[in-house]
Design a protein around this ligand. Sequence first.
Ligand code: ATP
Length: 254
Amino acid sequence: MTMLELRNLSLSRAGVPVLGGIDLRLGAGEFVGLLGPNGAGKTTLLRAALGLLPAQGHSSLAALSARERARAAAYMPQGREIAWPMPVEALVALGRIAHPHSAGAADRAAIERAMTALHLAPLRHRRATELSGGEQARTLIARALAQETPLLIADEPIAGLDPAAQIEVMRLFGQIAGQGRTVLASLHDLGLAARHCTRLVMLHRGRIAADGPPEQVLTAENLARVFGITAHLAQGPDGLLFQPLGTIGHDESL
Ligand SMILES: Nc1ncnc2c1ncn2[C@@H]1O[C@H](COP(=O)(O)OP(=O)(O)OP(=O)(O)O)[C@@H](O)[C@H]1O
């Protein structure tokens, strides 16, 4: 079952090509890590896929009405600003807004499941604006989870989380994929991506440079060409192990 299909998606900003000819098909049960250096186009790709940025080409999500899209995909944006001083519980409940009976028993259960998964129960009555950065991030992940959509799109969801919370969120996304749903998350932590994602998509200057299982994408050659780094790569008991070692000069001809 296809959860997201992008065909020849291209986009320019201020006259400069930012995405070029993106073809991507995500199936059920995949936890896809979207990788790439700063400015590679990760946020642009996620927003164009959601129809939040006009682009050329086709996105199966952008073609839906706003309501259909909110039932098909949840989105955790990169920006973490929380504008209203509402209680954590009320903010998580906003994830249910596209559901027809957004204050019913099923909605309450979904909100509780999401809050439990992100360990937010002790914070439920706190004002979201008064939380730490990591607590706010967990609240926004919970809001997206509460939407209980087949597809979850998250832009750098683990940035700013402590190591335990990072591992827990990656495990949670893996479990969601294990239930037959799909997660697409942009990530800068290549080690956690290698360990937890079922598939990696590496962007380089707005194009897909590599797409496949972690060991096929995180190769010494791709890491040098796209990220300008050397790394130690090894097969561990639970998947690929990655440790960055150093930087190498970017060769524009590569
Ligand atoms: N509003 C805009 N106007 C012009 N250029 C933009 C605009 N937004 C983004 N860009 C450019 O598009 C390119 C891709 O940006 P994008 O935010 O998608 O990268 P990213 O891979 O998410 O980076 P990061 O890892 O730093 O978050 C960058 O070169 C950026 O400067």
